[in-house]
Design a protein around this ligand. Structure first.
Ligand code: UD1
Ligand code: CA
Length: 455
């Protein structure tokens, strides 16, 4: 079986980003650009991934720790040819090499596979694109017969060559044996005193190796990111694709330009999403879910028929079917709602199981709590789960009624069917069906004279 060694160039500084973060770690759709490239490369069969790192090498390695990739250090950035040379020692002898750029995040696996197929036939696969403004790019030089014979870098090109609009994307594939033969022959005898990988094109042409140029489906597939402007442009394009994919799966978007997807989303049918919604990480949305404006939903599951009202945040939350959340609700990690539960405005939950049909409608904090079914939690109820050192749990049984402005000082239990009078501070267990009330008795004084101001 042929091996496929994929070399991703990621050693450049990216100084135009004006950032302490290495360029390839800047994101598109919430994912580092280099990770996009790796994920697409991994979609190819038998791929072994080599990443050439240099600037911010430590940061890049740390960001990718635990992934099945090999790193090659390019201590000094002496050009793309020199970069590939650093990876050669760990590249297998047979098979083909595919070269990708860590700052060109959106190349599709299908395009990569097409180049690999050409290389597997013993030929040279080159990805080129026609640009209205080719300034700065390497130009594709073709013979009268139309064959690619060389790439000339912008800085080395004659005026006639600069008029060529077909440019090198930098992405290419070729048989490993040829690359191994040509890399040592590169010289830095050019305008930038760099070892240009692109010089191997002329070597291929001289040796009669057929060079087959293919084009990407869209320009954005080969769009590199050099500054934050280009990053933002590519981000918008990427988001538009995410929005289109959701709509084609049956989601109604109030405005496809005002949703951001930063992760993997799976959706049921008849989902409606209003404007300014952000979906992050892994989000699973059931049928007939409605999400109102300005919601942020991260790593959460939303069951069928549930309604997330405006300005709510869900983070590692699991919401079952037909629940009502918000407006202005905050479900923090470990919030698990059973069917028909209701979380109202200005309610925060964390590590809390809320049973079927239970309601926490207003201005409450429910953390480290086990709440049964059909519980009514009154406005302003707080689980006092933290004593400054330890977190403790509050348990509330089925059908309990917690009066407004109650403090439940954990660890504490409220039995099924129990009632807590409004304004109570509960520190001791309340048995099933008991009424607990800790409120001071009310005193009314007749004819109360308010203090008067001394003259
Ligand atoms: C390169 C191509 C050019 C092509 C253009 C497409 C060469 C000589 N030129 O030019 O034909 O049109 O890309 O964008 O290959 N890198 C390293 N180590 C280095 C140099 C570069 O890792 O020593 C990495 C960079 O981080 C970047 C990629 O290689 O991801 C391309 O480098 P860059 O300097 O942007 O190449 P260009 O001069 O733009
Ligand atoms: Ca570039």
């Amino acid at each position: 079986m042929n091996t496929l060694d994929i070399v991703i160039l990621a050693a450049g500084q990216g100084s135009r980003m004006k950032s302490t973060l290495p360029k390839v770690l800047h994101t598109i759709g919430g994912k580092p650009m280099l990770q996009h490239v790796i994920d697409s490369a991994k979609a190819l069969e038998n791929a072994r991934i080599h990443i050439v790192i240099g600037h911010g090498a430590q940061q890049v390695e740390t960001a990718l720790s635990g992934q099945a990739v090999q790193f090659a250090l390019q201590a000094e950035q002496l050009g793309t040819g020199h970069a590939v040379a650093q990876a050669m020692p760990s590249i297998s002898d047979n098979g083909v090499v595919l070269v990708l750029y860590g700052d060109v995040p959106l190349t599709r696996p299908e395009t990569m596979a097409e180049l690999v197929k050409i290389a597997e036939r013993g030929q040279f696969g080159l990805l080129t694109v026609n640009l209205a403004d080719p300034t700065g790019y390497g130009r594709i030089v073709r013979s009268d017969a139309g064959d690619v014979v060389a790439i000339v870098e912008h800085k080395d090109a004659s005026d006639a060559q600069r008029a060529i609009t077909e440019v090198n994307t930098g992405i290419l594939a070729l048989p490993t044996a040829l690359l191994r033969e040509w890399i040592p022959q590169l010289s830095a005898n050019n305008a930038q005193s760099e070892y240009y990988l692109t010089d191997i094109i002329a070597m291929a042409a001289e040796q009669g190796v057929r060079i087959q140029a293919i084009q990407p489906a869209t320009e954005q597939e080969v769009q590199g990111v050099n500054n934050r402007l280009q990053q933002a442009e590519l981000e918008r394009w990427y988001q538009r694709r995410q929005a289109e994919a959701l709509m084609l799966e049956g989601v109604s978007l109030a405005d496809p330009a005002r949703i951001d997807v930063r992760g993997e989303v799976s959706v049921g049918h008849d989902v409606a999403i209003d404007i300014n919604v952000i979906l992050e990480g892994n989000v699973v949305i059931g049928d007939n879910v409605s999400i109102e404006a300005n919601c942020i939903i991260r790593d959460s599951v939303i069951g069928s028929g549930s309604h997330i009202k405006a300005n709510s945040m869900l983070d590692e939350a699991v919401v079952a079917d037909n629940c009502d959340i918000g407006p202005f609700a905050r479900l923090r990690p470990g919030s698990h709602l059973a069917n028909n539960a209701k979380i109202g405005n200005f309610v925060e939950t964390k590590k809390a199981n809320i049973g079927e049909g239970s309601k926490v409608n207003h201005l409450s904090y429910i953390g480290d709590a086990e709440v049964g079914a059909d519980v009514n939690v009154g406005a302003g109820t707080i689980t006092c789960n933290y004593d400054g050192i330890n977190k403790s749990t509050t348990e509330i049984g089925d059908g309990a009624f917690i009066g407004s402005n109650t403090a439940l000082v954990a660890p504490v239990k409220v039995g099924a069917g129990a009632t807590i009078g409004a304004g109570s501070t509960i520190t001791k267990e309340v048995q099933a069906d008991q009424l607990a009330i800790t409120r001071a008795k009310q005193t009314n004084l007749n004819n109360w004279q308010r203090p008067v101001k001394k003259s």
